[in-house]
Design a protein around this ligand. Structure first.
Ligand SMILES: [Zn+2]
Length: 266
């Protein structure tokens, strides 16, 4: 009775102090639930003749990054998110994951320099058989992004909708990872489902074929060990103004993270 009372008291003090916020049971990764918005972009470009939902203009993208900075967001990769969920690695305050699907060249020419200005990094999902195609990111650009802290993931071999093509999962999911790893000499640890289309069979294959995570499309902001094979991303649409952009995010008030304390007086 007394032991139970004391342990309850300790749990209450810990939770009130906020030390173990987001982790309801110490050391148990199953219960680590974290709120992190994962944003999804495709093109960042001023050549959007058909008002595509997939293209955000350079000005709008710049405003969005500036607004994220004002709100105190720090970017993390999908890998960092999964390492937090599975291993308890620490995250900065107000983390956000910025992802780009399909591997368009304008991610390098337009998004990358803007994000560099704000100290931000992204995760880019590459269709493996487009690695040498015009208008898409090639090895050289991807290596530069990797050198600047970006993550590269697979978006399949040919951008095939896998729920309709279970027979192709080995080629699309496994072979695309092996090809990208060969080309870039880096570990590819997450997979973006083409068209955001995923079912139980496909998400299981992503884990079976050696990935740590799969990302899809949806609205959920909190993630746990039970969702790493199907992490929900919120799409930033081409016509989104700053208000609509803010609606995608959990924290939208001015915030400056406290600087790290370098000197502690004795
Ligand atoms: Zn795609």
């Amino acid at each position: 009775m007394m032991v139970k009372f004391i342990s309850t008291l300790i749990a209450l003090i810990l939770s009130a102090s906020g030390i173990f916020q987001g982790s309801s049971v110490l050391g148990d990764t199953k219960d680590r639930v974290i709120t992190v918005p994962i944003l999804l972009y495709h093109n960042i470009s001023d050549t959007n003749s058909d008002d595509s939902r997939y293209t955000v203009t350079i000005d709008n993208f710049t405003d969005q990054m500036e607004q994220l900075r004002y709100w105190g967001y720090s970017t993390i990769s999908v890998k960092q998110l999964v390492d937090h969920i599975k291993k308890g690695h620490s995250l900065p305050p107000r983390p956000v994951v910025i992802t780009f699907d399909d591997g368009y060249l304008d991610v390098y020419t337009n998004a990358f320099p803007i994000m560099e200005k704000y100290g931000y990094t992204g995760t880019v999902y590459i269709v493996a058989n487009r690695l040498k195609s015009d208008g898409f990111l090639h090895e050289g650009e991807l290596e530069t992004l990797l050198d600047h802290g970006w993550e590269v993931g697979s978006h399949g071999m040919t951008h095939t909708e896998l729920t309709q093509n279970h027979a192709l999962v080995r080629q699309e999911i496994l072979q695309s990872r092996l090809d990208l790893e060969d080309a870039l000499e880096t570990r590819i640890s997450s997979f973006a489902y083409p068209f955001g289309s995923v079912d139980w069979y496909v998400s299981n294959k992503v884990i079976d074929y050696g990935y740590q995570a799969g990302v899809s499309v949806g609205h959920i902001l909190f993630h746990s060990s039970g969702t790493v094979d199907n992490l929900s991303r919120r799409e930033v649409l081409g016509d989104a103004d700053l208000e609509a952009f803010g609606d995608l995010l959990p924290w939208t008030n001015y915030y400056v993270p406290a600087p790290r304390r370098k000197y502690i007086p004795q």
